[in-house]
Design a protein around this ligand. Structure first.
Ligand code: SF4
Ligand code: SF4
Length: 572
């Protein structure tokens, strides 16, 4: 029997698993409308690639990944896209986010499925591409895009592949039932993973010893495969990556590092099943096994549920009694969160819908002041100091929270579970983590904005300098042009004057004709003046007028004489 290690802390709450394991995995009628959120994974929400009114087939891609850390989304059934809008989604805050609503046509008609029968002869990159296209993200709760996890981006060899079949949280039996019924497919999925990772030396399936039927189901399929099923004592929580790595290998994952940093990859067992379906059967991730349990439902069992199925649909088909229910929880009693709306849909990470009666899980009692009992610190599997984290959280002291490793908290709820003062410790930690992340994002944004501003300022200054240099160059060029233009202009003036002078120079014949015309014209003016004077004398015009006309005749006669003299001079 393989050695295992014991993690610190932990609790042993009532398991309450048997009630949902009395029947095999079932299926539900297809809901009339499925609401498929575009953000079901860690990373950027996918981007819708369909429009309202489009007809889609089951398995058809309806949203593309938005970048590397993102995941594609596919239609869980055939029908018509009836809305793309914000709806309440699975989140502890009750927030709304963009969803694609599909109105089912009832046919549940698949796209053409293109599986690969010989994955051993397919390259790792081609298999990763299939996993990416199938929209597979961690189904154990975190929802990290699986292809990214399997391809951490550096050349460190992976020597250990850990399959997480712990399912340590009370009530939840989705993985247990999946292993019992589909062990062969799961092992095939593990072989695909092993092939992608270059056949790691160790392949370990970690499973708690409260699942003997599942362990038994795995046994025949793991014989002579090099895959080891490692069972260990049941304790909550054992399913966190850090905890499971330590339990199975005795190695501690340093704070801030990922398993690949120490040569390991950890994958949820439900995810391995989805990988097999994607690679071998050509089916993208459109459904998952989810536990429906709690005393407020008459039927407790596991279902293969279409992603996007409203929780209300599940409750209705399990004879839900709203009167007796204390609250509807998505997830388990330790790490789950109360739903603000029963319209919230099942997503890729939904492993359980818990509808407990008031007797089973009473309404939250009012929190009392901390009595410093230290029980929370004893229960913490990460050896944190929950009580101090609480103080710093209440004081919004982000610096101290980070210094006390708040981000190592796996939000297991063990501290809240043991707290005699009923303090909702995990809620405080979640809220503080969210605040710190927001503050960090703001800081990054403001740094980027400042850098952009500085860059723009420099760019403008540089452009202004360039413009000024060009202006100076133009001024200099103009000055030089002006200087040379001045000389040219003078030359032009002289040339023009010479041209005019040349133009004025006429031939002797022309000059003679001109003088002759001047004599003729003067003679005519003398005659006219004589006629006017004679007329005035005959008509005994006033003396003044006769004087004027006499003067005009005299002037005309003088001009005639001058013209005659010039003509005579020219003729000589
Ligand atoms: S368990 Fe509760 S009461 Fe006790 S120290 Fe922790 S927070 Fe305080
Ligand atoms: S919720 Fe966080 S602080 Fe509390 S026990 Fe779990 S890991 Fe420790």
């Amino acid at each position: 029997m393989r050695q295992t290690w014991v993690t610190p802390g932990g609790v042993h709450p009532p398991e309450n698993k048997l009630q949902s394991l009395t029947q095999p995995i079932g299926s539900l009628p297809i809901p009339e409308k499925l609401v498929v959120p575009l953000g079901q994974h860690i990373g950027a929400p996918a981007i819708a690639c369909v429009s309202v009114g489009d007809k889609v087939l089951k398995g058809q891609k309806i949203a593309d990944p938005a970048g590397t850390v993102s995941a594609a989304i596919h239609a869980p059934t055939s029908g018509i896209i009836s809305a793309i809008e914000s709806r309440p989604v699975a989140h502890s805050s009750g927030m709304a986010a963009l969803c694609v609503e599909i109105t089912s046509d009832g046919d549940d008609k698949w796209i053409e499925k293109l599986g690969i029968s010989d994955f051993e002869h397919t390259s790792a990159s081609a298999l990763l591409s299939i996993i990416t296209d199938a929209g597979i993200a961690g189904m154990g709760g975190a929802g990290f895009p699986t292809a990214v996890k399997l391809n951490p981006g550096f050349q460190r060899p992976i020597d250990t592949l850990i399959i997480n079949a712990t399912e340590c949280e009370p009530y939840i039996t989705a993985d247990d039932s999946l292993i019992r019924e589909r062990a062969e497919e799961i092992i095939e999925g593990i072989r695909i993973l092993s092939h992608i990772l270059g056949n790691p030396h160790n392949i370990l399936i970690g499973i708690e010893d409260n699942k003997p039927e599942a362990i038994e189901a795995l046994a025949p399929h793991t014989q002579d495969t090099g895959i080891n099923v490692v069972s260990f004592p049941t304790k909550y929580p054992s399913g966190g990556e850090k905890q499971l790595i330590y339990i199975l290998t005795g190695k501690e994952l340093p704070s801030g590092q990922i398993p690949a940093d120490i040569g390991m990859v950890c994958v949820n067992i439900g995810t391995t099943h989805a990988i097999k379906r994607a690679v071998v059967d050509g089916e993208p991730l459109v459904s998952r096994v989810t536990t429906m349990t709690g005393e407020a439902c008459e039927i407790n069992r596991n279902y293969d549920v279409l992603i996007g199925t409203p929780v209300e649909h599940m409750l209705e088909h399990n004879n839900f009694d709203a009167q007796s229910c204390s609250r509807v929880i998505m997830g388990g009693p330790m790490m789950g969160f109360s739903l603000t709306s029963k319209q919230i849909p099942i997503v890729k990470t939904t492993n359980c819908i818990l509808a407990p009666s008031v007797e089973e899980i009473p309404h939250n009692e009012a929190a009392q002041p901390c009595i410093r009992c230290g029980m929370c610190a004893e229960a913490c599997p990460v050896s944190l100091l929950p009580q101090q984290l609480l103080w710093y959280s209440q004081a919004e002291d982000h610096e101290r929270l980070e210094a006390h490793n708040l981000f190592d908290c796996i939000e297991c709820g063990a501290c809240s579970y043991v707290c005699p003062s009923n303090i909702p410790l995990v809620q405080h930690y979640r809220s503080s983590k969210s605040d710190i992340k927001k503050a960090q994002e703001e800081k990054v944004k403001s740094t980027q904005a400042r850098e952009r501003f500085e860059f723009r300022k420099q760019r403008i200054e540089l452009a202004e300098k360039e413009r000024e240099a060009k202006r100076a160059a133009r001024r200099e060029a103009a000055k030089q042009a002006q200087a040379s233009t001045g000389t040219d202009a003078m030359a032009d003036i002289v040339a023009a004057a010479q041209a005019r002078a040349a133009a004025k120079t006429t031939s002797p014949e022309q000059e003679l004709a001109k003088l002759q015309r001047a004599v003729s014209s003067a003679e005519m003016r003398v005659e006219k003046a004589q006629v006017k004077l004679d007329s005035a004398l005959e008509n005994a015009e006033p003396t003044e007028k006769i004087n004027i006309l006499s003067a005009a005749l005299s002037g005309a006669q003088q001009k005639l004489e001058k013209a005659k003299v010039r003509l005579a001079e020219h003729s000589n």
